[in-house]
Design a protein. Structure first.
Length: 93
């Protein structure tokens, strides 16, 4: 499982990964991903994080009202903990 905050879609990164992976990119797309995007992020627009979710496969997007940071409200932190627990414990089972 992967968790990001304010990570943009960068096409070149996917091309480099595909070239080096030797066809393993579909396995990478299957990794569960949780992306946080701040509505007031002046560094990375929410739309770029949406593109990353769509291109990266199996990406879940959570918007928050802050900027370029991991949200710290209890509900969002708990959501992240539940996401990681679900996917990490699922992988270990």
């Amino acid at each position: 499982a992967v968790v990001t905050a304010g990570a943009p879609f960068v096409p070149d990164a996917f091309e480099v990964a595909a070239a080096r992976a030797g066809g393993l990119t579909e396995q990478g797309k299957a990794i569960p991903k949780l992306h946080f995007a701040g509505e007031t992020d002046a560094v990375i627009a929410v739309e770029r994080v949406e593109q990353l979710c769509e291109a990266g496969g199996d990406g879940e997007l959570v918007r928050h009202e802050k900027g370029h940071l991991f949200p710290t409200k209890a509900a969002q932190v708990n959501y992240m903990i539940e996401f990681l627990a679900k996917h990490v414990l699922q992988d270990e089972a």
